[in-house]
Design a protein around this ligand. Structure first.
Ligand SMILES: C[S@@+](CC[C@H](N)C(=O)[O-])C[C@H]1O[C@@H](n2cnc3c(N)ncnc32)[C@H](O)[C@@H]1O
Length: 295
């Protein structure tokens, strides 16, 4: 059994990525600093400069991703001068020119977002998770993220119409098809592209972490054991921690030493927990545990 790698690297991802060969990673999942949003913690980039700042980094990401790999970019535009800023939209258009395919968009609905309002708008309770690929033939393991059928099935499957008992293909040529009758008697269904996940803020000492459930879901959907996962804006190392628990190799890059230390602590704690569980329940754990590689 091959050793699992957990690498955490200190520096600007633009420079560190140059250490990695072409077509190396199976999945890149990351949440970069949002424009201007965290000035007090790690320096915001002005919304007007965001695309210019991001493009050299996304060019490196394009190089290091395998042709069968996927890039998930968790990002959110801010409101500037009373309007939604357009930098995320501009970024998508520029990344397409760079060679990326914008294949899908997932919505992360923050289930536990508390209410609030501004004079002319309500509180944001969702963020974008943009999916980019290098080719249309990317790896996807849809069976890994199936969900319980849910209440809809009880009423919907009792009243089937004529389009429900045949495969009904999308009329806009999207390739989407459905046959509702297929779901009778099943316990699991495929999810939608809306992820209802609670935010996690406790005990992390980083102000902008994403919940473990977010990388967990995408790692299961787009990779298999032993694959390589990259988070170029690693923060407190959530992606690497989850990747390791799922038996994937990971590289995290972070520009602030305090967060590197935090990620290392979290990783060690998670490893201790795994070992304790192994001792307590005597479960066989085929994986060898690894030391942290810090550059
Ligand atoms: C939104 S946070 C990521 C949080 C992470 N998903 C987690 O769960 O902890 C973005 C991180 O990117 C780091 N960062 C900003 N610019 C960077 C760069 N050029 N290279 C590497 N990391 C960078 C920031 O220090 C910050 O920790």
């Amino acid at each position: 059994m091959k050793r699992l790698e957990y690498q955490i690297k200190y520096g600007d991802c633009l420079n560190i990525l140059r250490e990695y060969p072409n077509n190396f990673f199976d999945l890149i999942i990351t949440s970069p600093p949002y424009a201007d949003s965290r000035k007090n913690t790690y320096g915001g980039i002005s919304p007007n400069k965001y695309v210019e700042w991001f493009l050299p980094r996304s060019e490196e990401l394009l190089r290091v991703l395998k042709p069968t790999g996927t890039f998930i970019l968790n990002i959110k535009e801010r409101v500037a001068s009373g309007e939604r800023h357009t930098y995320v939209i501009e970024l998508i258009l520029e990344m397409r020119k760079q060679g990326w395919l914008w294949t899908e968009e997932f919505i992360w609905h923050k289930r536990n977002c508390y209410p609030g309002k501004w004079p002319n708008r309500f509180r944001d309770a969702w963020e974008r998770c943009l999916q980019f690929n290098k080719s249309k033939k990317f790896h996807m393991y849809q069976e890994n993220v199936k969900v319980p059928m849910g209440e809809w099935a009880k009423t919907r499957l009792k009243a089937l119409g004529k389009n429900d008992v045949i495969r009904f293909n999308s009329q806009v040529g999207s390739g989407f098809g459905k046959n509702i009758a297929n779901w009778i008697g099943r316990e699991l269904a495929y999810p939608t592209n809306v992820l209802h996940l609670a935010t996690e803020t406790s005990n992390k000492n980083h102000s902008a972490t994403f919940p473990r459930a977010l990388p967990d879901w995408f790692i299961k959907l787009f990779t298999k054991e032993g694959d390589w996962i990259l988070d170029p804006f690693a923060g407190s190392g959530t992606t690497g921690e989850v990747a390791h628990q799922l038996g994937r190799n990971s590289v995290g890059i972070e520009i602030q030493m305090d967060y590197i230390k935090l990620a290392e602590e979290k990783f060690k704690e998670a490893e201790m927990l795994l070992l304790e569980q192994k001792e307590k329940y005597g479960k066989s754990n085929k994986r060898k545990h690894n030391k942290i590689h810090r550059a």
